[in-house]
Design a binder for this molecule. Structure first.
Ligand code: HEC
Ligand code: HEC
Ligand code: HEC
Ligand code: HEC
Length: 503
């Protein structure tokens, strides 16, 4: 023990304090050594954690998985934990204030949506998303799909899609305008086919392992051409993406704004000018693109489709390099093994493993903080919804007063601009949580544009001699709102103007 002291020259014993002093020096060195080792070991540990985040680890399955293995249960042989957690998405009863997997009826909840989407499929059925395992079932069952629906719709629902892209050569779903049903009958089969026609099933597997992983080494992989091509057009190479970026980009294959371009209905991301709502609008305007003509106002409308990735990019978490997977697929421990939770769901149902890893607040506090952000977005959304609905009716009133399409072009453009912004926020998942300031900014613009539209309509009506307030019809619940839409569609709209022109 006292090696250092014993090693002192014998004369040293005469200096009485020497022994304790050298002992102190010795303990100092020991402490220094232990600390150094501890810091070194902790450093290694930390580095391994960082590495886990920053570097894709190659994992070769013991049982080889085919390059186009779309059946996720086959992958389960080697990856039982991941598959087991993936299967938990079958629970569609989970609920939070604004999220969860419960397929809540948005139209029942917000009848204004029915009017805003008048003349378009979303006014018939619009439900909250369930988990990935339901993707095929839900797209087949929805009333929004009909004979005219292009096959392109399948793109984000099933790993059978990339497989079919290979099977059909360069067809890449959409190069020719096959319809949803055509594709399934043209030897492509699907859920319907299995259900009604007893054909070989082709599109049967919901979103699964092959959508995000290379089966040879389990590396994250982008399998959808639309994302790769959007990057190419921006002059970026998706293969240069870091591992941490890949943990977001696998989701950006589907959770983005998109449209079906041209006759071939080719799946395209409108990002050539940028991913903010203004740049996307510019892109659509340059193309005079419209998804549908509004049944009430006859305005050429754009339907925004869950721009989750684009909105996320403007938020604090993207800025700080947090990925979608950090919150929606956090690590989990089970029986000493640490793995990625493949139960992709609302992080508010799993705060302990997601938010709380980084935020050292109490779980209840984190949840309350998130919901208070969502409440504010919801309030802004409702203001925009109400104003936009009135703007559509105001335009219809101008039509009733005899305004020409030429006279109405400007107000129709204003309501298109306003609604496109509201929808960018409304269709984006998470009720503003992915980027609260950006969502609020966009909603204020939506309200301003809708109000400007209404002011212009009031002026037009006054010029035509109508100064009484417009008689807005009742759209208080889903059924009333749908019946109202039908009247406009049938060319028998309710009378909106009070009395005759007063001059
Ligand atoms: C900082 C954590 C965080 C990150 C990063 C994040 N999200 Fe979210 N996300 C949330 C929260 C919180 C909600 C709200 C859930 C709720 O209301 O129950 C949410 C909701 C969602 C929802 C709706 C789920 C539901 O149950 O309502 C989807 C879809 C979604 N996010 C996709 C994404 C995608 C795609 C990305 C990456 C581009 C992403 N998220 C990044 C935290 C995050
Ligand atoms: C929506 C995309 C997505 C799908 C679908 C998906 N994974 Fe993953 N998977 C991920 C992400 C993200 C990670 C984390 C990767 C990382 O950080 O290296 C991951 C990690 C893994 C890992 C590495 C070990 C671990 O748990 O971190 C395995 C193995 C794995 N997944 C297996 C599967 C299997 C099996 C399926 C199908 C049942 C599947 N994955 C489906 C996105 C996905
Ligand atoms: C191949 C396309 C595709 C990919 C890749 C994808 N998603 Fe989804 N996601 C969907 C579809 C489609 C739905 C809706 C399914 C339904 O309602 O039947 C959905 C639903 C969800 C939900 C709602 C489930 C719930 O319980 O609230 C969340 C959250 C979500 N996705 C997050 C992610 C995240 C995070 C990633 C990346 C790790 C990702 N998704 C990758 C297409 C995809
Ligand atoms: C991987 C780490 C990580 C995870 C997981 C994470 N966050 Fe964060 N969060 C951050 C960082 C980093 C910041 C920025 C803090 C800063 O720069 O001051 C932040 C900021 C925030 C802020 C403050 C924004 C503001 O007003 O400035 C909120 C609120 C927040 N996060 C909520 C959540 C919620 C809710 C979850 C879970 C759904 C979550 N975070 C998950 C890392 C994370």
């Amino acid at each position: 023990m006292n090696d250092a002291a014993q090693g002192e020259p014998s004369g040293a014993t005469t200096v009485s304090p020497a022994s304790p002093r050298s002992g102190r020096r010795w303990t100092g060195w020991l402490l220094f050594g232990v600390t150094t080792i501890a810091v070194f070991v902790l450093g290694l540990l930390f580095a391994s954690i960082i590495q886990r985040r920053n570097e894709a680890i190659i994992r070769r399955p013991l049982t080889p998985i085919g390059d186009l293995e779309t059946d996720s249960s086959v992958w389960a042989v080697d990856w039982p934990r991941e598959h087991d957690s993936y299967r938990r998405m079958q629970d569609d009863t989970t609920k939070t204030k604004y999220g969860g997997a419960d397929p809540r009826d948005y139209l029942q909840e917000t009848p204004a949506n029915v009017v805003l989407f008048a003349g378009y499929g979303f006014s018939k059925e619009y439900r909250q998303a369930r988990g990935h395992v339901y993707a095929v079932e839900d797209v087949v069952e929805t009333q929004r799909v009909g004979p005219a629906t292009p096959a392109t719709c399948w793109s984000c629902k099933s790993p059978d899609v990339p497989r079919q892209m290979v099977a059909f050569g360069k067809m890449k779903l959409g190069d020719k305008p096959a319809s949803f049903q055509e594709l399934l009958l043209a030897g492509a089969g699907d859920f319907y086919a299995r259900k009604f026609y007893d054909l070989e099933d082709e599109i049967t597997h919901p979103i699964g392992c092959l959508d995000c992983h290379d089966p040879q080494n389990m590396r994250l992989r982008v399998s959808r051409p639309a994302l790769i091509e959007a990057f190419e057009r921006e002059g970026r190479d998706i293969n240069q993406a870091s591992h941490q970026e890949m943990r977001t980009l696998v989701c950006a294959q589907c959770h983005v704004e998109y449209y079906f371009r041209g006759e071939g209905k080719y799946l395209t991301f409108p990002w050539d000018k940028g991913t903010t709502v203004e740049r996307i609008e510019e892109y659509y305007d340059a193309d005079s693109f419209a998804d549908w003509t509004h049944a009430v106002s006859k305005a050429p409308m754009v339907k925004m489709q869950h721009p989750d990735y684009e909105v996320f990019l403007t938020g604090i978490h993207a800025y700080r390099d947090v990925s979608c997977a950090d919150c929606h697929m956090p690590y989990r421990s089970e029986g000493g093994a640490k793995f990625t939770d493949h139960h992709v769901q609302s992080p508010l149902l799993n705060v302990a493993n997601s938010c709380a890893v980084c935020h050292r607040w109490g779980e209840d506090e984190i949840r309350a903080r998130a919901v208070s952000i969502q409440d504010k977005t919801r309030e802004g959304r409702e203001r925009a919804e109400r104003t936009l609905v009135l703007a559509h009716f105001d335009i219809a009133a101008c039509m009733e007063a005899g305004a020409s399409d030429e006279e109405l072009a400007m107000v129709r453009h204003l309501v298109r601009q306003g609604q496109l912004r509201w929808d960018y926020v409304a269709s984006n998942n998470g009720m503003g949580i992915h980027s609260p300031q950006e969502c609020t900014r966009i909603l204020t613009a939506a309200v301003e544009l809708a109000q400007e539209c209404r002011v212009q309509c009031a002026r037009m009506l006054a010029q035509k001699g109508y100064t009484e307030p417009v008689r807005y019809p009742d759209y208080a619940d889903k059924q009333k709102a749908q019946a109202l839409n039908q009247r406009f569609l049938d060319g028998k709209p309710p009378t909106l103007l009070a009395g005759d022109a007063s001059y």
